[in-house]
Design a protein. Structure first.
Length: 567
């Protein structure tokens, strides 16, 4: 059982205990344990009873519960709570702004025990009349419900890619030539269909494998559609002739709007691809398709039918940012705030990965939920950075940059007084609270933060969490224009939970000469590798290495920051 499984089980138990009016001390015990265990670095499943009780927030009772989960795969307390809780009530916890207390009212007083009934009650105005709710809460619930519905059956990029590889390996046991295509190959931020191609010669094969459940109505002789095991995401398996395989791999990995594009002779890209035959490798085939169509090669990530044909006329694919383009890692957290590894561990691993600098940007003091840094802690961290910089730069240049993720407060001002902000090498300004503002107020708030002379990077601009929380509404153009006017960098938060700034706005940022920074928002050492997702999103939007902030070398970064501080 993984750490995340254990923490999620404990968190859900705490919510259901509160829902069922259980003992407050027990609820607090579970809540505190979940909070502390979420920050634990090692493998909880490998610890014995005495070791578990050494973890802050984990007493003898909770240590026993963890051992129960590890040994049996479940928690008896949760099993009992689930047995007396309708599934629809549990799903209500997904709705933004609904906690156990309000869900209890909806269930016990209104008899609402599923999302469908909740939506009907919102639409007919019943929720607004309930004490403690009101019209704004009703509108917020309805908006959240619609968002949940729109995301049903989807997976984030990271989860989908892992599942696709698992399924690929299973299919390859029965079919010699299978490839992943579709949204996975285009590296879309969320995925609603996992698409596979199976090559065949001679008779059309049948697909009957254990673990796969076919949707007969949605399938056809050449296309199997259905589910794999308990996953809700759609699986699509297409059978194609060996001679057509490379062309079909191209066709089924591109968005239909990309394939509809016509050249000066009026021939579509789809028609061009269909007529490509007998080319040995996928890369050669795809280069030939674009060459015959009359444009330079377009990478799979960009085949979305938006601006890629215009982009490729102005740029070379060699200009696109890659992992190897990146020289440093900015926006990271350590145990000074809510990170799982120490500053030295984060810096040492960053150096081991071959980077020239680490930007540490722990949470600021207003983020009390994340152990935000009080001013005394900032002084302590800066002193440690000075010592580590001497230690880590002995064999080759490497530097820890003094940063902070300063909360953008409700009025747009930054956390900390100016004299403290001035002590940092750079500032990542981010919104973490008051996420329900309308577009005008949310935009005004960001604009004021961007105009603050200490702001270096605008962090995760909309605060979105893919598949679980919409970003707060902003006027993208006004925000990007303001960054251009004030020389502020915009973050592409590389966490697969965020990927924010959305790749669709990269083109406009480049038009306005705004640099972008691919930041992992890493809370542990392995979090650095999330930059792979950020790079994929950046390449989808056409981000070039020369416009990527953390593609600057250490010397260039130091000069940039010194110049900005001087100004």
């Amino acid at each position: 059982m993984s750490n995340s499984d254990i923490v999620e089980t404990i968190e859900l138990t705490a919510k259901l205990l509160e829902l069922h009016n259980e003992d407050e001390f027990k609820i607090k015990t579970y809540t505190n344990a979940a909070y502390n265990l979420d920050k634990y670095v090692g493998e909880l499943a490998q610890l014995d009873f005495p070791q578990l009780t050494q973890i802050q927030g984990v007493g003898k009772m909770m240590a026993g519960k963890i051992l129960e989960m590890v040994s049996t795969g479940q928690l008896r307390d949760l099993v009992e709570l689930l047995a007396k809780t309708p599934e629809g009530v549990i799903e209500m916890f997904k709705i933004k702004g609904l906690g156990a207390k309000k869900i209890k009212v909806l269930w016990n007083e209104l008899g609402i025990d599923n999302l469908n009934e909740l939506q009907i009650a919102c639409e007919n105005g019943s929720i607004a009349k309930v004490k403690g709710f009101g019209g704004k809460t009703q509108d917020s619930i309805l908006e959240s419900l619609k968002f949940i519905q729109s995301q049903a059956g989807k997976l984030r990029m990271d989860k989908a890619a892992i599942l696709a590889e698992i399924i690929l390996e299973v299919i390859q046991n029965n079919f010699p030539k299978v490839e992943i295509t579709g949204q996975i190959r285009r590296k879309t931020e969320t995925v609603d269909t996992l698409t596979f191609l199976i090559a065949y010669e001679g008779n059309l094969p049948t697909f009957e494998m254990e673990g796969f459940e076919q949707d007969l109505k949605a399938s056809s002789p050449f296309v199997w559609r259905g589910k794999y095991l308990e996953n809700k995401i759609l699986i699509e398996i297409r059978f194609v002739l060996e001679s057509d395989f490379v062309a079909k791999q191209f066709i089924y990995s591109a968005h239909e709007d990309h394939l509809k594009k016509r050249n000066e002779n009026g021939i579509s890209l789809l028609n061009t691809a269909i007529n490509i035959k007998e080319i040995s490798t996928q890369e050669e085939a795809e280069v030939a398709i674009y060459e015959k169509f009359g444009v330079p090669y377009i990478i799979p990530e960009m085949r979305e039918g938006l601006n890629e044909f215009e982009w490729v006329k102005k740029h070379s694919n060699d200009e696109l940012v890659t992992w190897n383009s990146l020289k440093g890692i900015l926006h990271n957290h350590s145990t000074y705030s809510d990170g799982q590894h120490s500053l030295e561990q984060m810096a040492t691993y960053c150096k081991e990965l071959g980077f020239e600098y680490l930007g540490i940007a722990d949470h600021s003091q207003s983020a009390t939920y994340a152990n935000g840094l009080l001013i005394t802690k900032i002084l302590q961290q800066h002193a440690e950075i000075e010592q580590l910089n001497k230690k880590l730069s002995t064999d080759k240049p490497f530097k820890i940059l003094k940063g902070i993720e300063s909360d953008i407060l409700g009025d747009g001002s930054l956390d900390y007084p100016d004299e403290i902000l001035a002590s940092f090498d750079y500032i990542v300004a981010s919104v973490h609270s008051n996420l329900t503002m309308n577009q005008a107020r949310a935009t005004e708030r960001l604009v004021r933060a961007i105009e603050n002379p200490y702001t270096t990077i605008l962090g995760h601009p909309t605060g979105r969490l893919l598949l679980s929380r919409q970003g707060y509404p902003i006027d993208y153009k006004e925000v990007i224009d303001c960054c251009a006017a004030n020389g502020v960098v915009i973050e592409i938060n590389a966490s697969p939970y965020r990927l924010d700034l959305d790749w669709r706005w990269i083109e406009y940022a480049l038009e306005r000469n705004v640099m972008l920074s691919i930041n992992p928002d890493a809370h542990e050492m392995q979090g650095y590798h999330d930059m792979n997702y950020g790079v994929a999103a950046a390449r989808k939007g056409g981000l070039t290495a020369n416009m990527t902030f953390n593609a600057l070398s250490l010397v260039e970064m130091e000069a940039y920051l010194a110049n900005r501080i001087q100004k």
